[in-house]
Design a protein around this ligand. Structure first.
Ligand SMILES: *Cc1c(COP(=O)(O)O)cnc(C)c1O
Length: 380
């Protein structure tokens, strides 16, 4: 648990802006995931926060990984590179899924050597994989409802139910091993029905494939989307997990390996941003604070993740609805126009934003000459 005192001390020592990662919280989230979904092997989605120290902490805790680029693959590989070749191969086989359905030819050529699971969702990809990564085990990504998710993915990825069988047999006929099915119900999914529908669809397709005489599908990947507790409206994870477990036990045979790709759920609550007020103005009658971190940096989730972060001030006073701006010269650099903050904050005062571990530092830039916030690891 990172207290206000610790944050203040860190800001004093390192300056601001800071991005403070709590490794104890990371482990706690990973353990909570495993405990609530005992049949499910957790593959951390590196995209949510690719910091190498996060990957290492989770690797040491026994996690598996979902990667979607060669760089992400390498950040995981880094942890096994000293193992003998056969052990590396076995570990990758059991613990990495390359879950980007669209892969460049060059990417496939690199991956072919290591043989992680690969996802796909269209014919073109079958041709590409069979030419450039012919030894692959592949997983068909299904299109499922993303209704009610904060970030929707179904318009970009996933094969429709009607196409699924044809694609599976196209891949088999092209010499690939079809290991199973995957889906993603949309990130920060608070509509639990999405999972139920998706598991039902997968069960139906497993049955259809078996009926057509192929019996090598033994993996179900239930994706990411598990919601982080950003506010009280998010129902407890245990409730979602209970419903998923019931549906898995009812519909998915015990000899099928079940995996998931939680990103946000593991990373979101594990980081806190600390920023400093660098300017203060009243514009159109509204109090505006300018801080040293913004939407091109730690708060990039405001733009890319449809996420709204809140601030805690380190001192109290009468509050009002304020605007909080980032430090760059761009008018887009607005973190919030409706943040309730004390009106007596001054230049040099600190603000913190919790639950900012996912899709934040991951998409930070150097725009306008402002570097990303300094990353601090605690409880490592
Ligand atoms: C982004 C992504 C994830 C992680 O999703 P979360 O909502 O952060 O859990 C998992 N799998 C795939 C394929 C993704 O693209």
């Amino acid at each position: 648990m990172i207290t206000t005192d610790i944050l203040q001390q860190l800001a004093k020592t390192h300056g601001t802006p800071l991005f403070v990662i709590d490794h104890e919280e990371l482990l706690c989230n990973y353990e909570m995931f495993k405990k609530n979904l005992p049949r499910v092997q957790a593959y951390y989605a590196v995209k949510a926060n690719p910091d190498p120290a996060i990957v290492k902490t989770l690797f040491n805790a026994g996690a598996s990984f979902d990667v979607s680029s060669i760089a992400e693959f390498e950040s995981v590989y880094e942890n096994i590179k000293d193992l003998p070749e056969q052990e590396q191969h076995d570990w990758i086989w059991n613990n990495i899924i390359y879950a980007n359905p669209i892969k460049a030819e060059e990417t496939l050529q690199v991956l072919d050597k290591y043989q992680p699971l690969l996802t796909f969702d269209n014919s073109e990809e079958v041709v590409k994989m069979s030419q450039h990564a012919p030894n692959s085990r592949v997983v068909l990504r299904l299109r499922v409802s993303n209704a009610g998710a904060m970030v929707e993915l179904s318009s970009k990825f996933g094969a429709a139910h009607e196409e699924a069988l044809d694609l599976i047999f196209e891949a088999i006929n092209a010499g690939l091993t079809v290991a199973g099915l995957s889906f993603h119900v949309g990130s920060q999914t608070t509509n639990f029905e999405n999972y139920m529908q998706a598991i039902n669809l997968a069960a139906l397709i497993f049955k259809e494939v078996k009926a057509r005489g192929y019996d090598q599908m033994n993996l179900l990947d239930i994706g990411g989307g598990f919601p982080a507790p950003y506010d009280e409206s998010v129902k407890p994870f245990s409730e979602l997990a209970k419903r998923i477990n019931t549906e898995l036990d009812r519909l998915i045979s015990p000899d099928i390996k079940i995996i998931a790709e939680p990103g946000r759920f593991i990373a979101a609550t594990a980081a806190t941003a600390v920023s400093k007020i660098i300017g203060k103005a009243v514009r159109h009658g509204k109090l505006c604070y300018y801080i040293d971190d913004g939407v091109y940096h730690t708060f990039s989730g405001v733009i890319f993740d449809h996420c709204q972060y809140h601030f805690d001030a380190f001192k109290t006073g009468p509050t009002q609805i304020c605007t909080v701006f980032g430090p760059t010269c761009d008018g887009l650099d607005v973190i919030s126009m409706t943040e309730e903050l004390p009106s007596n904050l001054e230049r040099g005062d600190l603000l913190s934003s919790k639950n900012i571990g996912a899709y934040s530092a991951a998409t930070s830039t150097y725009f306008n000459g402002f570097p990303p916030a300094k990353i601090i690891h605690v409880n490592r």
